[in-house]
Design a protein around this ligand. Structure first.
Ligand code: MN
Length: 160
C-alpha cells in the first residue's frame, strides 16, 4: 500500500544521486516533522504520518506560530516514513536541490475520532502538535481557490 502511495515520490528522484531515502522507516503511528528546505526558494515542509507514509505540504512562509495565524500550505507527494529523519544536501540538478534540516519534530494527535485520512479527504483536519517548537492546536483546511492548496492554521480553537 505505502509503496503505491510513494510512486510520485520515486518518479521525481534519482536515488543514485540524491541521498534521500527510497523507502522505509519505522512508524510509531503519529509522527510529525517540519523540515526547513533551502531549495531555489526557502520553504518549510510539514509532514504528518498517516496510512504508512508521511502526508506532506510545502509551506512557503513557514509554520504559523501566532494564534489564528494562517499560512498557505501546498499539498505535495507522500514521502516515506524514513524521510522524517532526513537531513542533508540534495545535489544540484535533482528535484528539490538544496539543503534540508529538521526544524521541528514530535507527535501529532488528531482532535476528531475516526481515520485522519478521511478528514483530509473531506478537506479539514484538526490536530495537536507536540513538538519542541510547535505545541498546541492546529488545523489544515483545504481552500477552494487552487488545487492542492490548504491553509495551515495555528491554535484553531473552533476547529472541532
Ligand atoms: Mn521541500
Amino acid at each position: 500500500m505505502a509503496d503505491d502511495k510513494l510512486k510520485d515520490y520515486r518518479a521525481k528522484r534519482d536515488f543514485k544521486t540524491t541521498p534521500e531515502p527510497v523507502e522505509g522507516g519505522g512508524g510509531e503511528g503519529k509522527k510529525f516533522v517540519i523540515q526547513r528546505h533551502q531549495a531555489s526558494h526557502l520553504h518549510y515542509d510539514l509532514r504528518l504520518e498517516m496510512g504508512g507514509v508521511l502526508k506532506s505540504w510545502a509551506v512557503p512562509k513557514g509554520p504559523p506560530v501566532e494564534p489564528k495565524e494562517k499560512r498557505l500550505a501546498i499539498e505535495v507527494e507522500d514521502h516515506p516514513l524514513a524521510y522524517g529523519d532526513f537531513e542533508g544536501t540534495i545535489p544540484e540538478g535533482q528535484y528539490g536541490a538544496g539543503t534540508v534540516e529538521i526544524w521541528d519534530s514530535g507527535t501529532f494527535e488528531p482532535l476528531d475520532d475516526g481515520d485522519p485520512q478521511d478528514r483530509l479527504k473531506a478537506g479539514k483536519l484538526a490536530f495537536m502538535l507536540k513538538g519542541k517548537r510547535l505545541n498546541g492546536r492546529f488545523a489544515l483546511v483545504k481552500t477552494s481557490f487552487a488545487p492542492k492548496s490548504w491553509l495551515f492554521i495555528a491554535h484553531d480553537d473552533d476547529s472541532h
